[in-house]
Each structure stands twice: as structure tokens, then as C-alpha cells.
Design a protein around this ligand. Structure first.
Ligand code: FES
Ligand code: FE2
Length: 418
């Protein structure tokens, strides 16, 4: 199957059909190749917050469509992105995911040094080895598209929608209130056995939590009875739940004891747990693989604390989640600590919510191997259109928006540059 053959064979039509999805997209390695080529290369990918690369020389390394990319703050204060590959003999230029390189970016292999704007500055023993005709300008780092939205940094190898603003579209208005004036305060990454889409669609899904997550069921049994659910043509979505929050301190403590196995006795309830402050909780999902979960109940003034998850495919049945916890730059230490404790309790490789979802993704992956067993069903919410704040929180407009964009990207053949 070639990238250009996809539109010809109308495979995209087979994959998405009125809310039904062919399970081949979870198990076929050839489809993962197409996803990397036609979706991950061409979508804006969340990289980090601006504060993580706040000082000249600060960098953040990530993989996009299976390729190494580097975001770096220039000596002129400008953020840029490059392929993270030495023009000499390919070595990646960074030793870790984050760090600072000082005033030059130096390759550890043969010592070639680059400016913070990507220009080759120095080559050890150049003249006596390469002769006078050596042209350093031919060996500058190769740039990658880089743009910001609020304090979020995005990169794109070969964007199908050229600007980040156009890529986000009207969804940008939903995301904007949460992502200006934030900074990362904690991170966790883990690998699960399942297709990358199983994780992302899970965060667009409010049908599962009261069944998958016993802790949620026991603590807030009616939390999804109110809320909203809607998709955007660009593939992004909003999921809201606005039912009663935690109303009983005693129940909260019992729940913690039950699921931690630790006898806690009399403890003070975290502030967040004691009351809802009016706004619904939300998951804001950015196509194809990032979601933002601001905590409406943490910061009544700014509602800036929350967490960001990015899922990256490692294979058709293996994926990594990179979770970043953030707070408002103005939050005091107690609020930051509360947010970190909340996420540590529920999310990440050990969190009681994420571990349940990990099991669900694993079971989906296993079940999707059954070739004779049908298609996945995403048809909840029967009104035409994209849903909205009045749709049921358990509806599936959000997943359908994802799969419509997914099919559209897969049906546009790779451009002439590839
Ligand atoms: S590979 Fe980078 S200097 Fe040789
Ligand atoms: Fe879940």
C-alpha cells in the first residue's frame, strides 16, 4: 500500500462510515506507516511550554512521525525548531529530552558547533581536512516549522494546514483561556501496550469512566449526567462534565483508603475536592494526539492549572504517553503542590485513573485482533452536526470529529516534497 494509493483505493471511506470504524486501523502496521506519513508529518504537534525553553540555549527534543526534532531558544529570543540530526553524520545533537546547551549547540561526536539559530559555526580541523572550498553554510541545521499558541509550542514537519492559527480554527477560542501564563511543574512518561488512538479517543470519551474507573463511580457517580460534547471540523473537540463534584469529605477519604490500600484516618480534604467552583471540567482534545485537561476547580480566578497529554505511537500496538502538569505562573506553592498531588493520585504510570485506561487500551488492542468481529461504534448522539454544550456528555461527537479529520488526512496523498 503506497501513500498515494490510499485515495485511489478509497480506503479512507472504508475506515470511517457514519460513525463506524474498521478495526484494521488498530492492528495493521501498514496503516501506522500511513498515519506517520499522512497525519503525524502534516499536523501541528505539541512540543512543550514556552517556559521550558525560556532562556537562550534551552532546548526540548521530541519525536514527530518517528523523526527527531529539536526546539531551541535562540540568542535573539526567538524559538526555532530543527531536525535533531547533525549535518555531519546524523548524530542527534541533544543528550536528553530537555536541557540547555549554553551559547552554542555542539555535537558530541566530532565537535561540530552550531549557533542557537542553527548556523554551523565551527568545524574542528576543517581547513586541513576538507580544504579551502569547504562551505559551512551548506551544513546549517535543517529547519522545521515552529509556532506558539499562548504558552504552548507546536512544531510541524510538513503542515497540511500552513499556520497553527488555521490549524486550530475556531477551537482556538476554547483553548485560549487556559494556556497563557502557564508553566510546567511536573512530568511523567510511560509506555502502554495498545494503539495510540485508543488512548487519545479515551480522552474524548465520557461514556466509559463510571464503568472503567471504579474510583470515579464510587466518588462522583453522577458526574457525567450534565455537560457537553462537541467536535470541530478541524478534528479537535471539547468534552465537558458538570455534574455534582465531590460532596462528602468522608466519602472522599473512604475512596482514597479503598484505592490506595493505605489507612489514612482523619485527613484534611484537598481544597480542590471540597467544592466545584461553577465551571464544568473539560478535556480539550487537539487533533490528532494531544489533550488538555484544565482543572476548573483549582484556580477560581484563572483556571490555569491542569495537565497535558501527548500520545506517540511506537508501533501499531505500543505507544508512549508524555504527561505534563502545569500551573499558572502566579500560583502559590500550595496550589502547585495540590495539582501535583492530584495528578500523581490519578494520572501517570501509577495513577488510579490512567492504570484503568491502560487496561482498557490493552483490551481494545487484543480484541481488535479478532478479524471477524465487526467494527467499532461511535454513534452516540443522534442529532446531526457537531454537537455542542447541550449535547450529552456521554455522546460521541468528539470521536466522530477525530475520525472525520483522520479520514480526510489519509485521503490526501503525500505532497511532491515527499
Ligand atoms: S556527527 Fe556531529 S560532528 Fe560528526
Ligand atoms: Fe478513562
Amino acid at each position: 500500500m503506497s501513500a498515494s494509493g490510499l485515495a485511489d483505493s478509497r480506503l479512507a471511506d472504508l475506515l470511517i462510515d457514519g460513525g463506524y470504524v474498521d478495526r484494521r486501523i488498530y492492528r495493521d502496521p501498514k496503516i501506522l506507516e500511513l498515519e506517520r506519513e499522512l497525519i503525524f508529518r502534516r499536523t501541528w504537534q505539541y512540543a512543550c511550554t514556552t517556559h521550558e525553553v525560556g532562556t537562550p540555549g534551552d532546548y526540548h527534543a521530541l519525536m514527530v512521525a518517528g523523526e527527531p526534532v529539536l526546539v531551541i531558544r535562540g540568542d535573539d529570543g526567538v524559538l526555532r525548531a530543527f531536525y535533531n540530526a547533525c549535518p555531519h553524520r546524523a548524530a542527534v545533537l541533544t543528550g536528553g529530552r530537555d536541557g540547555t546547551c549554553g551559547r552554542v549547540l555542539k555535537c558530541m561526536y566530532h565537535g561540530w558547533a552550531f549557533s542557537l539559530r542553527g548556523q554551523l559555526l565551527a568545524v574542528p580541523y576543517a581547513e586541513e581536512g576538507y580544504g579551502p572550498g569547504f562551505d559551512p553554510a551548506a551544513y546549517d541545521l535543517v529547519p522545521v516549522h515552529c509556532d506558539t499558541f499562548g504558552d504552548l509550542v507546536f512544531v510541524a514537519l510538513d503542515p497540511l494546514v500552513p499556520t497553527l492559527a488555521d490549524y486550530l480554527g475556531p477551537f482556538a477560542d476554547r483553548l485560549a483561556p487556559y494556556v497563557d501564563g502557564i508553566e510546567a511543574i511536573g512530568r511523567n512518561s510511560w509506555v502502554y501496550e495498545g494503539n495510540w488512538k485508543a488512548w487519545h479517543e479515551n480522552f474524548r470519551d465520557n461514556y466509559h469512566p463510571e464503568f472503567t474507573h471504579r474510583a470515579i463511580h464510587d466518588l462522583t457517580p453522577h458526574y457525567a449526567d450534565a455537560g457537553g460534547n462537541w467536535g470541530f471540523d478541524e478534528g479537535h473537540s471539547v468534552l465537558q462534565w458538570a455534574g455534582p463534584g465531590v460532596t462528602s469529605h468522608a466519602r472522599y477519604v473512604r475512596n482514597l483508603e479503598r484505592y490506595s490500600g493505605v489507612r489514612l484516618g482523619a485527613i484534611e480534604a484537598p481544597v480542590e475536592r471540597t467544592s466545584r467552583k461553577g465551571a464544568p471540567d473539560e478535556v480539550l482534545a487537539v487533533f490528532p494526539n494531544a489533550d488538555f485537561q484544565p482543572r476548573a476547580t483549582v484556580d477560581a480566578a484563572g483556571q490555569k492549572a491542569g495537565f497535558i497529554q501527548v500520545v506517540t505511537p511506537l508501533g501499531v500496538d505500543r505507544a508512549r504517553v508524555d504527561l505534563t502538569v502545569y500551573s499558572s505562573v502566579h500560583d502559590d506553592p500550595a496550589t502547585r503542590r495540590m495539582m501535583l498531588e492530584n495528578v500523581a493520585d490519578t494520572q501517570g504510570s501509577w495513577g488510579k485513573i490512567s492504570t484503568d485506561d491502560t487496561e482498557a487500551a490493552y483490551r481494545v488492542q487484543l480484541g481488535a485482533k479478532a478479524t471477524g468481529a465487526g467494527r467499532n461504534l461511535y454513534t452516540r448522539g443522534t442529532a446531526p452536526g457537531n454537537g455542542g454544550p447541550d449535547a450529552q456528555s456521554r455522546d460521541e461527537y468528539s470521536q466522530r470529529a477525530f475520525f472525520r479529520a483522520y479520514a480526510r488526512y489519509l485521503s490526501v496523498p503525500a505532497g511532491p516534497t515527499r
